[in-house]
Design a binder for this molecule. Structure first.
Ligand code: ATP
Ligand code: MG
Length: 419
């Protein structure tokens, strides 16, 4: 029995699951690079204001999910609950707008939210996210959605739906905000406790409530798209036209308002039917005012998204994940001298890029064979005293038991064994 266990809602990730993660990460890096993104690494801890100011005081994340503490100097510190706020902080703090445009960044890493752990919902979870700064037009929205599409295809994830919406801008949002408040005020008595608060603080979030009773109440809701101003409507229409041009299928879902306050105009989710209640695998949208709110140049439009790694890995077919790189040769030394010889042979082969393992000199041949089998080695190289005396080693191919001889120091003869 282990004396120590992980916290609730956090997980260790290792073989074979880790191979799916690596496949997702490697593929994302490759695809994002094709689209001109470069990696950015921001700290996991930030001053709490970085998140409260951006994500919004009356959001679930800030209200009840952040891991916040005072450091020894009495400053409020939080573990990051998401990536965008830190990237924007970094962008503004380091004047990244002075870099040659386009400014496109991606990140990967752990995020922390004190949520109720369940399938697809953890307290430490991982995201790969991407952000573009300085592009206002819907072309970037379409390009970003296309990039997501390419990534999903490369990972062989086919069964997802892209859902898009527009939640307007500072100009038009007050209109449909008022319409939502008017609509739900009549039904206030039937709303869940959280939504009663949302009605006052953050009425848009009423559209996003996962409570079934609240979902039922949404029937007959005035349609948000009717309230968009001409600019937002034009942006949204152009995005849809470009998606059609790129042959990217999507559905419009006027309920996608997202759980963070900074979004403007385009919001989207990639959803799946395979993960139960946790159906959003990727989520994102525009945040055209956030850079300015962080003290950056005014009117720096931006857009981004984040992939939920745990959910994405769950969606991946086993067969599309890379598997353990093979250990090609297993060296089975019998005795101390053989062990030293094996060890240096292994080092020479590794320097030539061959994956090999070296057993311990005090094991029996039977134990060696078992280990080689467990590591799925192609060949076992046996070195005992007799072999040393003859200046030869005995190799055995595990697939068919065929045996042969190699010169003990002749690296090229070991290399020749491997196709
Ligand atoms: P949800 O509606 O599922 O709570 P969210 O709106 O909180 O998602 P975002 O903050 O936009 O999600 O994060 C983007 C993605 O990160 C989500 O679509 C999801 O895949 C993943 N994600 C968010 N929270 C968690 C969590 N607690 N555990 C695992 N993955 C998560
Ligand atoms: Mg959430």
């Amino acid at each position: 029995m282990s004396k120590y266990n992980t916290l609730k809602g956090v997980a260790d990730i290792y073989t074979p699951e880790i191979y799916r993660w690596q496949t997702i990460e490697d593929t994302a890096r490759e695809v994002f690079t094709l689209y001109g993104f470069s990696e950015i690494r921001t700290p996991i801890i930030e001053y709490t204001e970085v998140f409260t100011r951006s994500i919004g005081q009356s959001t679930d994340i800030v209200d009840k999910e952040m891991y916040t503490f005072n450091d020894r100097g009495g400053r409020g510190i939080s573990l990051r609950p998401e990536g965008t706020a830190s990237v924007v902080r970094c962008y503004v703090q380091n004047n990244l707008h002075t870099l040659p445009a386009p400014q496109r960044f991606y990140y990967t890493g752990a995020m922390f939210r004190y949520e109720r752990p369940q399938k697809g919902r953890f307290r430490q979870f991982h995201q790969i996210g991407a952000e573009v700064f300085g592009s206002e037009g819907p072309k970037v929205d379409a390009e970003m959605l296309s990039m997501i599409n390419v990534l999903l295809k490369r990972l062989n994830i086919n069964d997802t739906t892209l859902e898009i919406n527009s939640i307007g801008c500072r100009e038009c949002r007050p209109n449909f905000r008022a319409a939502i408040v008017a609509f739900f005020s009549e039904k206030e008595a039937h709303l869940c406790t959280d939504c009663k608060v949302r009605l006052k603080n953050n009425p848009l979030r009423l559209l996003d409530c996962k409570n079934e009773a609240c979902a039922t109440l949404r029937g007959g809701l005035p349609s948000i798209p009717d309230y968009l101003c001409d600019n937002c409507r034009g942006h949204h229409q152009r995005l849809k036209d470009l998606l059609d041009t790129l042959k990217i299928s999507f559905v419009e879902n006027p309920m996608i308002v997202r759980g963070l306050d900074y979004y403007t105009r385009t919001t989207f989710e990639v959803t799946t039917q395979h993960l139960g209640a946790q159906k959003a695998v990727i989520a994102g949208g525009r945040y055209d005012n956030l850079v300015q709110e962080f003290g950056g140049p005014p009117a720096t439009a931006a857009i981004g998204f984040a992939i939920g790694m745990e959910r994405m890995a769950e969606l991946m077919e086993d067969s599309s994940a890379r598997c353990q790189p093979p250990t090609r040769l297993y060296f089975a030394p019998l005795g101390k001298e053989a062990e030293a010889i094996s060890l240096s042979l292994c080092e020479s082969l590794r320097l030539r890029g061959i994956g090999v393992l070296c057993g311990e000199g005090d094991l029996s041949l039977k134990r060696h064979m078992k280990i080689a089998d467990r590591f799925n080695a192609a060949f076992v190289i046996i070195i005992g005293q007799e072999e040393i005396d003859r200046g030869e080693t005995l190799w055995r191919r595990l697939s068919d038991g065929q045996q042969g001889i190699a010169g003990i120091t002749r690296i090229e003869e070991y290399l020749a064994l491997i196709p």
